[in-house]
Design a protein around this ligand. Structure first.
Ligand code: DAT
Ligand code: MG
Length: 138
């Protein structure tokens, strides 16, 4: 067993589309545990730290603006290899090509939506998970 914790965010599109419950259901159905959860209205400085690896990329500003557009649900999730496991539940970054059966593949919509509107964030490594959890759960 390699019990880990990861940061999951239900992004503003997921909250606005009332998909928070469905996303929590999938996390729990997989056997992961909810350790902490909060509804957040992040400010620009939190998002700048969260997405610091993407600063300067063409999608960075639209991504931050999108993340400021509504409430976010931040969840601390624990489980065996949950960092990799939640990324698998989420599906690949672009909802258009994310596999059916994944959150992004099942609920991502194609008509005119941007790649950043992909419903969820999941930490991508143990280092990212520790860093991001410390930002969103002080
Ligand atoms: P992920 O969220 O799958 O870890 P990432 O860390 O590479 O993806 O990018 C962070 C977010 O930025 C991603 O969820 C959506 C957005 N994004 C990534 N690549 C993009 C692109 N080429 N065009 C528009 N938005 C993009
Ligand atoms: Mg990422």
């Amino acid at each position: 067993m390699a019990v880990e914790e990861t940061l999951v965010l239900v992004k503003p599109d997921g909250v606005a589309r009332n998909l928070t419950g469905e996303i929590l259901r999938r996390i729990e159905a997989k056997g992961y545990s909810l350790v902490d959860i909060r509804l957040v209205q992040p400010d620009r400085s939190l998002l700048a730290k969260h997405y610091e690896e993407h600063e300067g990329k063409p999608f960075y500003e639209p991504l931050v603006e999108f993340m400021l557009s509504g409430s976010i649900v931040a969840i601390r999730v624990a489980g065996d290899r949950v960092i990799e496991g939640f990324r698998s539940l989420a599906g690949t970054t672009d909802p258009t090509t994310a596999a059916p059966g994944t959150i992004r593949g099942d609920f991502g919509r194609d008509w005119g939506l941007k790649v950043q509107q992909n419903l969820v964030h999941g930490s991508d490594s143990p280092e990212s998970a520790a860093r991001e959890l410390s930002l969103w759960f002080k």
